[in-house]
Design a protein around this ligand. Structure first.
Ligand code: PLP
Length: 378
């Protein structure tokens, strides 16, 4: 009745496109179940097309990749002291560390296992989110060096994250680069010798070459959404969200539609019922603003999007039960894109994609051929 179809060749092509913009290695960021595309499927496609690292937030996400047989380096960047690091360290997953207590916990676990943990020390260069501040950095670096000497860990990476990469020519990017280089210099002076220094996300990978160093961390771009405001690099959206009409009916002019009657038909109309709602990730905030692709035309959403379903005003068009509705896709035929949905609901494409719920079955398409808008009627 509904599905999120993921074009794996689009993900592969997007990785290749990023590679044409950088000499750095590419980390495919597959957190949040691969931005809802499926982390394992996305990771396999990205690695097959040149990604050499995978990035996730949680230990569970990292272990799922290992269990699926992915052997490339994985960085896991949102953990805290008190968590059990045993399994991820044993699975050869690199851990990001932002504080001395965190470092101590990771080193203690590695010591207990009789192995060496691979860590990436994170500096806060201006995002003020995760990472050690420049004031706390010397102590973190010194503590890491002591544990390297003791053999309980190795500092494989030093890294940070940008606040303004999506805005071309924002001066904040240069400020963060300068701060980052000073902190990397301090780490080297303290005796650390990281294999990798990394700073760039998708937007920076495409628009800020001075941030590339040895590795770029690409999330949204590998899923095909343009990350830089006002610029188009030719990425291809990988996911198409579609459903089948479950009911079509003719109603009179002045018919109020859906909860609160926030929409009223202006003329006689065909209303088509679509079995997707905000519980599936179709944002309620796009009610009355959003549109879908139905039988070759964009048609407006009539009134409130409900938890499980919404109504489309198809005007005078003929609609039958079973007709295909494309909520978003690559935009080849004029269907809305994830960017359109982000605009309608006042958010960013990341939130639209990661909101697509588990109730929507995923399917995977290997060829670049697209069937968006295909209408099968005997
Ligand atoms: C999510 C995330 C990324 C990927 O960001 P995009 O803008 O989607 O490319 C990179 N680095 C970190 C630390 C992240 O949390």
């Amino acid at each position: 009745m509904s599905e999120a179809c993921v074009e794996l060749d689009a993900i592969g092509g997007n990785v290749e496109l990023i590679a044409r913009h950088t000499d750095a290695e590419i980390m495919a960021v597959v957190k949040a179940n691969g931005f809802a595309h499926g982390s394992v499927q996305t990771a396999r496609a990205a690695v097959a097309h040149g990604a050499t690292w995978l990035g996730v937030t949680s230990c569970a996400e990292a272990l799922a990749l290992r269990r699926a047989g992915l052997t490339v380096p994985v960085l896991c960047w949102l953990t805290a002291p008190g968590q059990d690091f045993g399994e991820v360290i044993a699975a050869g997953v690199d851990l990001a560390v932002s504080s001395v207590p965190h470092l101590r916990a990771v080193a203690a676990e590695a010591d207990r296992l009789g192995t060496r943990a691979m860590v990436h020390l994170k500096a806060d260069t201006g995002l003020s989110r995760n990472g050690a501040t420049p004031e706390d950095w010397p102590e973190l670096v010194a503590a890491a060096r002591r544990r390297e000497r003791a053999g309980t860990l190795r500092v494989r990476g030093v890294w940070s994250h940008l606040a303004h990469a999506d805005q071309p020519a924002h001066p904040g990017v240069g400020d963060q680069v300068r701060r980052f280089e000073r902190l990397v210099g301090q780490a080297r002076s303290a005796g650390l010798d990281p294999d990798l220094v990394h700073l760039a996300n998708s937007a920076a990978a495409l628009a800020h070459p001075e941030t590339h160093y040895g590795l770029v961390r690409a999330g949204i771009a590998i899923y095909g959404v343009e990350p830089v405001l006002g610029r188009t690099f030719g990425l291809r959206p990988a996911m198409t969200l579609r459903a089948r009409v479950v009911l079509a009916k003719r109603v009179a002019a002045d018919t109020g539609v859906s909860y609160g009657h926030r929409y009223t038909t202006t003329d006689q109309a065909t209303l088509a019922l679509v079995p997707l709602g905000y519980a599936d990730g179709v944002p309620r905030s796009a009610s009355t603003l959003g549109a879908v692709w139905l039988n070759g035309e964009r048609r407006p959403i009539a009134g409130s999007i409900a938890m499980d379903q919404f109504v489309v005003d198809a005007g005078h068009a003929h609609v039958e039960i079973g007709d295909e509705v494309v909520v978003f896709g690559p935009g080849d035929l004029g269907e809305p894109t994830v960017l359109d949905w982000a605009r309608w609901s006042g958010t960013i494409p990341h939130e639209i994609l990661t909101g697509i719920g588990d109730r929507v079955p995923r399917s995977y398409l290997r060829t670049a051929a697209t069937t968006v808008g295909g209408r099968d009627r005997g």
